[in-house]
Design a protein. Structure first.
Length: 177
């Protein structure tokens, strides 16, 4: 396999059309998508994968499929996406785990690997996560990554979001502590 990142339990790789069944099922699950503006159809899930393939080609990264290293079972997606926040392009760590795999630490483990990749390999100065104020589970993941909320709300896809961030300096201090 062409793994982009690996952790103790997880591996992340580029999504492609072989992942359509899993991605379509996950993006159509009302519990998984409760903080998103809508559920996705199968065609929209296909377009989602195609957008990620475009990000890989343009940026060298995007949202990657997260799989269990032992079983190769897909668990969700996590990666680094470039987002426009109030006119500024910022690298965002995004994560979404399918409902059968919740509460096992997969989002935190995958997102920490992406954070370390963003700073250690890509040399980013900061990374963010855009999180709805009501999305308490994602806020917990962001805290585990060492992110802090900025005290401002932004409109993103017509919904209020908090901008959580961590700088390279904060990451280095945490890593060296």
């Amino acid at each position: 396999m062409d793994w982009v990142l690996q952790t103790r339990r997880l591996a992340l790789r580029r999504m492609d059309t072989r992942d359509l069944d899993f991605i379509a099922h996950m993006l159509a699950d009302p519990d998984v998508m409760r903080y998103y503006p809508k559920l996705y159809t199968r065609d929209e899930a296909q377009a989602w994968i195609e957008r990620q393939e475009g990000h890989y080609a343009r940026d060298g990264h995007g949202l990657w499929l997260v799989v269990d290293r032992t079983t190769q079972e897909p668990l969700g997606q996590c990666g680094l996406a470039i987002q426009s926040v109030e006119g500024t392009l910022l690298p965002e760590i995004g994560y979404l785990v399918h409902r059968p795999h919740w509460r096992q630490g997969h989002a935190s483990e995958a997102a920490a690997a992406v954070r370390d990749y963003a700073f250690g390999v890509l040399g980013k100065d900061l990374v963010i996560s855009l999180i709805r104020p009501i999305n308490i589970p994602s806020q917990g993941v962001a805290r585990k990554l060492g992110m802090q909320p900025e005290r401002r709300l932004v409109q993103f896809h017509d919904l209020e979001h908090m901008v959580w961030k961590i700088t390279r300096e904060s990451w280095t201090a945490r890593r060296d502590a």
